[in-house]
Design a protein around this ligand. Structure first.
Ligand code: NDP
Ligand code: 2IT
Length: 448
């Protein structure tokens, strides 16, 4: 991947200067710019409207102190973030990440990607992301609640059902959403759909929990079909063992594939008989323990320390569902050498630029995160609709809508890749299709 267009190169340099020490953000911008070269050449009107200069600069960035007290009475201070990236096509929308690695650059890369992803969903949602360097691992329920309430004590003034609607991401699941939503309601004295991923008893949508993983498999199924393949009988690797990974594993298995490995940040399990997902759900969703515990259910399976080793297992399809840059050039080479034919991304930006180059050089079909994992936020959009209508749809209804959306996302990526002379490059297709809608909305709205 190399940018040749002088205007894009100059803007990338300016973006690097303005955002020092944020390699993940620059990585995300570089990837998009690589794809936009033919658009910049064809659409001088968008260049003249300054859309690109504006799209790389968040509309608003909020950073705040989050003090909280642990069960021993000790005070801790974390840093909270909400980056409201772009509201051209709808209210800001995007998850909250709670992980010790969080800093402004991570939230900015995620917020930037969210702009294009949300555009692809066909629903009216702008892009945002938030989070904190708080580590939920090993914390009691009470400590989690204290943190979430303190986080919301500042964030509540910046969000709202028609302004900015947060949701889950790494480290933020139903429990954290519940505590944050509860605190918002208390501070604002109003019950509105200000969060998605809520519990089913209080405005959550059926199928939201499953949506990112299921959506990833719906997208991948379309992509496979377009390339005369299917999930049937394929060997699949799923990294991670959180929300996205679990439901990706479930749907891939339903589609006739055999998932043989899953992981967490400590290591990976390899079960040549196919992963027993009930065991994984018990370990991860109920007990909140480590993936290593899988051996207690299946002593014949293997556990290996270190999460990147998962990519050394021979497979047909790899579904990275853990975190950014989890597949580097070296891992991608090994995947290709072992016969992997498809990589489709459940996590956000899980492949390094070197890994993506390896996919293209080796003819691996590549489903980029912005498109492949958009089912989560799309179903969040459906949760917002249900909240506004004050009713709830059945699981089947939501799931059908999700299938339709993932189909249309694949179609948009495929068509854009063809229109701009890069057939089969779904990364370029996703970036272009996501960009054009937002860019035209920005141009139409003038200098805002
Ligand atoms: P969870 O917190 O439920 O699970 C995260 C999983 O990834 C865990 O298995 C975790 O292991 C592993 N992981 C996290 N950080 C690292 C790391 N630095 N190195 C290795 N492994 C790591 O999060 P989700 O499943 O919700 O999110 C997974 C990915 O999917 C993220 O990239 C997220 O941005 C993306 N995503 C999520 C959506 C959603 O709806 N939830 C929607 C679209 C994308 P451990 O337990 O050891 O930390
Ligand atoms: O990265 C993502 O798309 C998410 N974490 C889901 C965001 C959302 O608002 O549902």
């Amino acid at each position: 991947m190399a940018i040749k267009n002088a205007y894009l190169l100059d803007l990338l340099e300016r973006t690097k200067k303005r955002n020092p020490g944020e390699p993940e953000f620059i990585q995300a911008v570089t990837e998009v710019f690589t794809s936009l070269e033919p658009v910049v050449e064809k659409r001088q009107d968008l260049v003249d409207a300054g859309v690109l200069e504006r799209i790389v600069e968040p509309e608003r960035q909020i950073m705040f102190r989050v003090p909280w007290v642990d069960d021993n009475g000790k005070m801790h201070v974390n840093r909270g973030f909400r980056v409201q990236f772009n509201s051209a096509i709808g209210p800001y929308k995007g998850g909250i990440r709670l992980h010790p690695s969080v800093y402004l650059g991570i939230i900015k890369f995620l917020g930037f990607e969210q702009v294009f992803k949300n555009s692809l969903t066909t629903l009216p949602m702008g892009g945002a992301k938030g989070g904190s360097d708080f580590d939920p691992k090993g914390k009691s329920d009470n400590e989690i609640m204290n943190f979430c309430q303190s986080f919301m004590n500042e964030m509540y003034r910046h969000i709202g059902a028609d302004c900015d609607v947060p949701a889950g991401d790494i480290g933020t699941g139903a429990r954290e959403v519940g505590y944050m939503f509860g605190q918002y309601k208390r501070l604002r004295n109003e019950w509105v759909g200000v969060f998605t991923g809520k519990g089913l008893q209080y405005g959550g949508s059926l199928a939201r929990k499953e949506a990112t993983g299921f959506g990833l498999c719906y997208f991948t199924k379309e992509m496979l079909q377009a390339n005369d393949m299917s999930f049937e009988g394929k060997t699949v690797l799923v990294s991670g063992s959180g929300n996205v990974a679990i439901y990706a594993c479930q749907k891939a298995t339903e589609f006739g594939a055999k998932v043989v490995a899953m992981s967490d940040s400590n290591g990976y399990i390899y079960d040549k008989n196919g992963i027993d997902l009930d065991a994984v759900k018990q370990i991860k969703e109920v007990e909140r323990k480590r993936i290593k515990e899988y051996l207690n259910y299946h002593p014949e399976a293997e556990y290996h320390e270190g999460c990147s080793g998962i990519w050394t297992i021979p497979c047909d399809i790899a579904l990275p569902c853990a975190t950014q840059n989890e597949i580097n050039g070296e891992s991608a080479k090994i995947l290709a050498k072992n016969g992997c034919k498809v990589v489709s991304e459940g996590a956000n930006m899980p492949s390094t630029p070197e890994a993506i180059d390896e996919y293209f050089n080796n003819g691996i079909i590549y489903g980029p995160a912005k498109a492949a994992n958009a089912g989560g936020v799309a179903t969040s959009g459906l949760e917002m609709s249900q909240n506004s209508l004050r009713l709830s749809w059945s699981f089947e209804e939501v799931d059908e809508k999700l299938k339709g959306i993932m189909k249309s996302i694949f179609k948009a990526c495929d068509e854009a890749s063809k229109e701009y002379g890069m057939e089969g490059n779904y990364m370029a297709g996703a970036n272009i299709a996501g960009f054009i809608k937002v860019a035209e909305a920005m141009k139409a709205q003038g200098n805002v």
